[in-house]
Every structure is written in C-alpha cells, then in structure tokens.
Design a protein around this ligand. Sequence first.
Ligand code: SAM
Ligand code: SF4
Ligand code: F3S
Length: 442
Amino acid sequence: MGHKIFIKTFGCQMNEYDSNRIYDTVKKIGYHKTEKYVEADCYLLNTCHIRDKAKEKVYHEIGRVKKIFRFKKKPLVIVAGCVAQAENQEMLKREPYIDLVIGPQSYHKINDTILKYVEKNKKFEETEFDPISKFNFLKKIKNDSRKVSSFLTIQEGCDKFCHFCVVPFTRGPEYSRPFKQILNEAKYLVENGTKEIILLGQNVNAYRNKEYRLSNLILEIEKLSGVKRIRYTTSHPKDMTDDLIEVYKYSKKLMPLVHLPVQSGSNKILNLMNRKHTINEYIKIYDKLKKINPNIEFSSDFIIGYPGEEDSDFKDTFDLIKKIKFVNSYSFIFSPRPGTVAAESKLIDKKILLKRLEKIQNKLFENQSSMNKLLVNKTINVLVENFTEDKTRVFGRSEHMTSVIFNGKKSDIGKIVAVKIKQSNRSTLFAEKIYEPNKKVA
Ligand code: SAM
Ligand code: SF4
Ligand code: F3S
C-alpha cells in the first residue's frame, strides 16, 4: 500500500511531538508524508483547544480542504488533538466530511482505526484517556525525528486545574512515562543524529516515576555522549523543587533558560486563577537560580485581563516584568473556555484589555530587544539546526533559545559553533562565523 498523508499541526510542542509519533506509526501501514495538500489521500489535523475559536478554526480548515478536493477523490479526513478530545462525537455529527476523530491519549490506535474505516467504511471516534497503553505501544515504534533538536515527551496531562485552562480536560490526569522507556527513546534519538533533547510535559517538572524525578532524568540523559544540550518545558512554579534547581549547579548540558509561566504579577489574580503559588515564591525561585548561575534567564507566559484584574493588579504584572527581564514571553488575552471555572466570569471591557495587552507587550518586547542588543559584538555558541529557507545561510539557537542566523555551511549543521553577533532585533540575532581552526567550543 502506498498512501500520502498531509499533517497540519496547531498548538504546543506536545502536539508537534504527537504529530511526529503519529507519522512514525502510520508509516507502518504504508503512509508517507507529503507537504502538498493536493497530493494527500489522508489529511490529518492535529488540533489545539487552548484559546477561543479553536473549534471554529478546525471547521474552517476542513472547509478549505473540502474546496480543494471538490473535483478530486475525497481524502480520508482525521481530526486529532485537543479539540478532538473536547468535541469527540459532535465533530462527526456536525461535519460529515470528517471520517475519524482521535484524542491525544489514544492516537496509538490510529492504524487499527484507519484499517477498520477502510474495511467497513464506518466512522470512528477514539477518545479514551489511555497514556499507559499509548506509550507502551510507542516504545516499540522508533522515534524517527532525525532532527538536530528533538522533542521527547516524558509526562502527560495535568492535575492542577487552573481555573482558566482546558488541558486537564483534553489531556487527562498527570501521567509520567517510565524512566527506562524515556532513556531508550533518548538513546535512539541520539544514535540517529539528535544533539539537543527537549523534554516535554504539560507539567514537565511534575515528572515522578518511582523514585525518579526530572532532575534524575536530566543527569542520566546527560551521560549520553552524543547529547550536547538538554532543555525541558513547560514547568510549573509549584514543582520547581530544590533537586531540580540544584541540577543547574552540576549539569554541563542543561541550558541556562527556564521557561516558567507566571501568568500574572498579582497575588490576588494568581489566587483567583488557582495557580497555587505566590509572586514571592516565584521570585524566590528566580533568586535561587540566579545565585547558582547569573547567566540563567527566564521566559514566561502571561494572561492579560483575567476576570477581576483591576488596574492595580495589572500594575503588579507590569512591575514584575520590570524586575525580571524575561528573554522571551507569550502574552494572551484571557479567553473563556467551556467547562472551566472561569468560563462564566464577568469579562473585562475589550478596550481596556487591548490597551493592557499593548502596554505589556511593548514592555516585554522592549526588554527582549535591549537584551539582544547587548549581545552585539559578543561571541556566543550556537547549535546549528539547518539551512534557512532560502538556503543561503544557516540557523540555530543560542543557549537562551534565541534564533541565530549566520553564514554557515552544511558541515556546521548539528555542531555547536562560535559566532560573533553583528545585528539583532527582538527575536533574532544575525551573526558571522568565527573561523578559528583549532578552537574547540563547548
Ligand atoms: N502548564 C503550563 C503552566 O502551568 O504554565 C501551561 C500550559 S498552557 C498549554 C500554555 C499557556 O496558555 C498558559 O501558560 C497560559 O498562559 C495560556 N492559556 C491557557 N489557557 C488560557 C486561556 N483560557 N486564555 C488565555 N490564555 C490561556
Ligand atoms: Fe493548564 Fe494550569 Fe495545568 Fe498548566 S498547570 S496545564 S495552565 S491547568
Ligand atoms: Fe493546545 Fe492541547 Fe497543547 S490544548 S496547547 S495542544 S495540550
């Protein structure tokens, strides 16, 4: 059987990991990836439910596919991911063009589901929360990412139930993969060209498997000689335990960037959000890490205009970002999500929301730009990932995850090279490679 699958992915890195693993799986029944819609005989949309209009986006996208295939044989249409989980059978009823609906904890059943569909021409919905079977299945299917920087999911789901968030409903309860299983996947990735491993979880630092924690995993993965860099995301301040903080003292490969979403600078709002930590506790973590290594930087997520956010609460957020200069950040206006505690709360006036968002983003972006500017004329290490799209230069990431573009060669890909920064903007550093024949870089 030779089929072509087109996979479109929305949402977080975990969805990207899932799309890769779905592809590793469907390859077994003869599907090959295509980058062109029109060639596909299977169209898979891996969806995200985190903010408003997620559902509508999916139907809009299906509408587009319908149009493209108006005069061609209809592809097999699969909706996977968090919208699939939240909407399940409703999707099949509302849009008959959809054939299969598969949730994020049951995509290991995708091959059986496709084959059953082909055999019986019957639509299916698979939305059980079954991460144990999922990872038991996936451990037998190689992770063929073959990228310089690869994602590796170690933990799924969330038990925290922040009042604004759908993740506990779409990904289910917290589950940590067995330690050994993760190490085997890491080994395989490295044997096949991966130099940087990004450990993933909706609450990655809540990882617990028997006596093992995230700190143990980092130190164990670090022993693989092919691994040059290790990162993890996304962590929750509540789970930023001392053992994990201490790893920054010993680890040679853990990168000095901590993505630690704070959401708001106001204790009142954090409490309303059910975030389970205070600003003081957040700053304590920041101080501890900075004391260990002043080169450690932070990035964060912010929700602007959470119900009940007054001018003084917004000012607290603004003051926090003046104190902690986040190297990168994502800020979103609060979006009421069905089924969450905050869904029915009184919304703040749209004009006020937009003003606050603009003000906060201006400040966040100004901080980012000025921090990047400080790097001009400095030499930094970059892990080179690939060519730029026009193939004229290469791109990679700094230790703090900032994109770096420079005049490299094919042989630089997969290596850590020293470059001199020539120019910068808010999100990118433009550099020149330093040619120093015998110089070894970390
Ligand atoms: N587990 C992570 C944590 O606790 O910080 C966050 C994971 S969530 C997938 C990513 C980000 O989406 C959150 O940090 C939050 O800023 C944003 N987000 C989640 N629900 C939201 C909502 N209802 N409205 C706006 N932003 C939201
Ligand atoms: Fe969502 Fe909160 Fe869980 Fe993060 S900790 S995934 S924001 S419920
Ligand atoms: Fe979106 Fe699901 Fe990730 S809702 S952010 S794809 S966990």
